[in-house]
Write a protein that binds this ligand. Structure first.
Ligand code: LLP
Length: 428
């Protein structure tokens, strides 16, 4: 079981807060996040890097709920945003603009304007085409845009294929072979100032050597670009720090920090990292109620929940395993081996197969661990089952930070065109 989740007297608690009363009060499915755990994770990164003080820009995409971003911002994190929407959220949550980096392989003119208007730290620029666009938009506003060039270091990280981003054939960044071309272009542009280099080789990576190969390459490229006369100030080395979901090992943060500091020391430049999952995954759980337990024809027992791939997509999309625990547990509870599934009409709507589960009975509550990252934010309206609410807990207090959306709320703002009205009624 992951650290902040623990049983006390048979009652599952998240950071000391019993979970069952929250499910009873707010209904299920329900996401619950522990602010304390987010801060502890940030402190652990800071301690590992001390006395170096990198800027940790929390990657909002992992969990953009305002209360989550505000928790990390108050604790000193900046923000890594990938859209105008995330930029607006980061600002609404109180992140100072000079601690915001703006990444993403496709930024619109509007989004670039928003970044310039806010006065962000830097745009992480991913192509020559984008460099020209940022220059043009900055020229119209009569300003100079700070940019970091996102380079593709051609490193295949050990992770799921869908979340590896640093290989030659991935859509991200600029190939190092085009650097000469980029520098020639930059020299002709008056409204961009190259302040750094950026890379991000993927997500959920636990192998320090994968990062090391990429970072060594970035250090070479940094020295090359600086040697070409560009006054670089910082190296942004992305995020991707892997956590332990079930059997994986977590990234050894202390070994990682020692490596990153060692490899970059000679540059004497500022460092930026963009952790998302590492800060918030273990701080969150998804609570769900067992709707029924049905027997399959081959002897399987299916535990059918009120949460599904619409609530937590990671198992269906990546084959990810989120450990599942009953909210109440006694030593003499019967344990059955079951398949835990959602109610969605797709065979892929399975959380985990052949798992031993105590109290696998209709009406009981369960929690999925490590659901704080890429959970609620990747939920959808599929099958019109409504959206889970989100709760933040802290030292015995709890607050609804995003209310659940009942099914009717999902279509409340839709419209039927006048030519389809009036709706036919039965028998007419
Ligand atoms: N920086 C950049 C440029 C990124 O693209 C990402 C994640 C991050 C930072 C943060 O990565 P993290 O520290 O969270 O690993 N939905 C997937 C993960 C997609 C990650 C996309 N980019 C999942 O549920 O596993």
């Amino acid at each position: 079981m992951s650290a902040p989740l623990a049983y006390r007297a048979g009652v599952l608690q998240l950071d000391g807060t019993p979970l069952a009363p929250l499910a009873a009060e707010h209904g299920t499915p329900l996401y619950v996040y522990a602010a304390g755990e987010m801060r502890r994770r940030l402190s652990r990164l800071e301690a590992a890097f001390a006395p170096t003080r990198p800027l940790f820009c929390y990657a909002l995409k992992a969990n953009p709920t305002l209360a989550v971003v505000a928790t990390l911002a108050r604790a000193g994190a900046g923000a890594d945003v990938v859209s105008g929407g995330e930029l607006a959220r980061a600002r609404a949550a109180g992140v100072a603009p000079d601690r915001i980096v703006f990444a993403g392989v496709g930024k619109s003119r509007d989004e670039i304007e928003q970044g310039l208007a806010a006065g962000i730290l830097q745009f992480n620029v991913e192509s020559l085409e984008e460099l020209r666009l940022v220059d043009a938009v900055a020229a119209e506003r009569g300003v100079t845009a700070p940019v970091a060039l996102r380079l593709n270091p051609d490193v295949a990280a050990t992770t799921h294929d869908k979340i590896a981003t640093g290989r030659r054939h991935d859509k991200f960044g600029i190939g190092a072979e085009r650097l000469g071309e980029v520098l020639a272009l930059v020299r002709g542009l008056d409204h961009v100032r190259v302040v750094g280099l950026h890379c991000h080789i993927g997500s959920q990576i636990a192998v320090v050597e994968d990062f090391e190969r990429a970072y060594r390459r970035m250090v070479e490229l940094y020295r090359f670009v600086r040697g070409e006369g560009l006054p670089l100030e910082r190296l942004n080395l992305g995020g991707g720090f892997g956590i332990r979901y079930a059997d994986e090992r977590e990234l050894d943060v202390e070994a990682f920090a020692a490596m990153a500091r060692g490899v970059t020391a000679e540059l004497g430049c500022g460092l930026v990292f963009e952790p998302g999952r590492f800060l918030v995954a273990a701080a969150g759980v998804l609570l769900s109620r067992i709707l029924l337990v049905k027997s399959g024809s081959d002897g399987r027992r299916f535990v059918v929940l009120d949460a599904g791939m619409n609530t937590l997509l990671r198992p269906a999309l990546y084959g990810a395993v989120h450990p599942v625990h009953p909210l109440r547990h006694a030593a003499d509870d019967a344990v059955d081996v079951v398949d835990v599934v959602g109610p969605i009409c797709e065979s892929g709507d399975v959380f985990v197969r052949d798992v031993p589960l105590a109290r696998a009975r209709a009406g009981e509550l369960v929690a999925f661990a490590n659901a704080g990252a890429y959970g609620a934010v990747m939920a959808s309206d599929y099958n019109s089952r409504g959206r889970a609410g989100e709760i933040l807990v802290e030292g015995g207090r709890s607050a609804v930070v995003k209310p659940p959306r009942p099914p009717a709320a999902l279509f409340a703002d839709e419209a039927v065109p006048t030519w389809l009205e009036p709706a036919p009624t039965a028998g007419s």
